[in-house]
Design a protein. Structure first.
Length: 232
């Protein structure tokens, strides 16, 4: 009998809380829309039903209290996950960017390639250059695509024929690079041909750069919510 009365009291308190949420639009106080608040209310109703099932059985008060605390904890975690879902999504995106750095998420029509920002803050991009897979970094500050000396060798460039006569300003000062034209670059399902590129001198660049000579051929690109979107 005591257990039933306790359940009735809890149910009444929850019902009063629901009424206050609806009447005062309390969801807006924590950044929730009316639709989101309604979804949380639905979750609360599910909790009441689950609790009702538990209280309908004759159980010890200690077991009943443990069950209340357990369900309250589960519900609190669910609410926190829902409220902070965008932050959790960003972290998950960055984590996936580290576990599979540079991997493109390609849209169904193949016209969009999406990348997650790495924990280091940059956007790593896996590109196929001259049919060879290379790791690159998205860089709008680079006027052209820039390949490291090692990556240039990977795609078959003969370094003996290169002339490092292009004056280039870098964060570490002025250096010189060689100019070439790449037959093709493929990122996701986006392919471009005859792309101007520079090749850096040996040991001057750690990672190749996806610069503007490729990016300006796209219909658009954007960075939002730690995501890079390249549009064909």
């Amino acid at each position: 009998m005591k257990e039933k009365m306790l359940f009735i009291g809890i149910a009444l308190l929850i019902s009063i809380g629901l009424a206050l949420i609806i009447s005062a639009d309390a969801g807006s106080l924590v950044g929730l829309s009316q639709e989101q608040t309604g979804q949380i209310i639905a979750l609360l109703m599910v909790l009441i039903l689950v609790a009702g099932g538990a209280f309908s059985r004759r159980i010890k008060f200690s077991e009943m209290l443990s069950a209340i605390l357990l369900w309250a904890g589960i519900f609190a975690i669910a609410i926190a996950a829902y409220v902070f879902r965008e932050d959790i999504g960003k972290f998950a995106g960055r984590l996936s960017g580290e576990l599979a750095p540079g991997s493109a998420i390609v849209s169904e029509n193949g016209r969009i390639a999406l990348f997650h920002r790495s924990i280091g803050g940059s956007f790593k991009v896996n590109a196929k250059v001259e049919n060879i897979n290379l790791n690159m970094i998205f860089d709008t500050g680079a006027t052209v695509v820039v390949l490291t000396h090692q990556d240039a060798q990977k795609i078959g460039v003969n370094s003996d024929n290169l002339r490092y006569n292009i004056r280039v300003q870098t964060a570490n000062g002025i250096t010189h690079a060689a100019s070439i034209v790449l037959d093709n670059i493929v990122i996701g399902d986006i392919e471009r041909k005859n792309i101007k590129a520079f090749i850096s001198q040996d040991n001057l660049l750690e990672t190749s750069l996806l610069g503007m000579s490729f990016l300006e051929t796209l219909s658009g690109y954007s960075v939002m919510n730690d995501q890079l979107e390249l549009r064909d």
